[in-house]
Ligand binder design. Structure first.
Ligand code: NAP
Length: 258
């Protein structure tokens, strides 16, 4: 069995879950290509890695733009070698009421979350299939499994990512490439800190058996496993990392009466 991670490219690697994944994969010996919409944040995370003795570069990549995806992969291959691990963490959360959800917001969320994941995965998979090895890790959400107010586009896009993951798993499995998804629960990152009020956090935690907010590191540990050579028989799976939220039923906060 292969022993190392090889080269890992992370979209949305400049912040939150993507950043934690970049740092964790680098700690396990991966050469890391940190990509993000904002070049500065990608470079900043790459610098954190190299300062700690790892190997990394930072590249601008807008997953909402097909040309940007292709040029980032071309540059990676020229400067850093083939991509063995792809982590699709870039994502956009726009919350609007369903009855007035704007077509523009719908289109943006779908383009970034679904089309972006598809195009980056397809580009990575072409090289992986040729070499007979690869790991694709898509970051979906518990919002892809359970409905949430205002998440008309976001929830639908995350459900689509679960379907997309299975499509990739089926066609790439015979070629030595796995595609899996991780569905985080409520994780404390700039995305949620900018969206959730204290009251929202309180309501969420009432439904989470772990009774704490998730951390980007909680998700990074799952990514490190799914992206490892050891996970070769895990394919097409969606792993919830949510403190037990999806597992819990409606009586979890009630008092036990016998
Ligand atoms: P985050 O801290 O905001 O990180 C997301 C990163 O993606 C940011 O650096 C963002 O850049 C970047 N990004 C946005 N649009 C992009 C684009 N078009 N191309 C490339 N990069 C783009 O949020 P996070 O919580 O870590 O989210 C990471 C992933 O986890 C997302 O897919 C999210 O849907 C998913 N997720 C998060 C949670 C949670 O509770 N946090 C739960 C379930 C799933 P800017 O900052 O410049 O916009």
């Amino acid at each position: 069995m292969r022993e190392n991670y090889g080269t890992a490219l992370i979209t949305g690697g400049g912040s939150g879950i993507g950043r934690a994944a970049a740092l964790a994969l680098a700690q396990r010996g991966a050469r890391v290509v940190v990509t993000d919409l904002r070049l500065e944040s990608a470079i900043e995370v790459a610098r954190e890695i190299t300062t700690a003795g790892g190997e990394a570069i930072g590249i601008a990549l807008d997953v909402g733009d097909a040309a940007s995806i292709l040029s980032a992969f071309d540059r990676t291959e020229a400067e850093f070698g083939n991509v063995d691990v792809l982590v699709n963490s870039a994502g956009l959360l726009l919350v609007e009421p369903l009855l007035s959800f704007s077509p523009e917001s719908w289109e943006r969320v779908m383009r970034v979350n679904v089309t972006g994941t598809f195009l980056a995965s397809q580009r990575a998979a072409q090289g992986m299939a040729e070499r007979g090895y690869g790991r694709i890790v898509n970051i979906t959400s518990v919002s892809g499994l359970r409905a949430g107010v205002g998440r008309t586009a976001y929830g639908t896009s995350k459900a689509a990512i679960i379907g997309l993951t299975r499509q990739f798993a089926l066609e790439l499995g015979p070629l030595g490439v796995t595609a899996n998804a991780i569905a985080p629960g409520a994780i404390e990152t700039p995305m949620t800190l900018g969206t959730y009020s204290d009251e929202t956090w309180e309501n969420i935690l009432a439904m989470v058996p772990a009774k704490r907010r998730g951390t980007p590191q909680d998700i990074a540990e799952a990514i490190v496993y799914i992206a490892s050579p050891a996970a070769s028989y895990v394919n097409g799976e969606t792993l919830t990392v949510d403190g037990g939220y999806v597992a819990a039923g409606m009586t979890q906060t009630g008092r036990l009466r016998v």
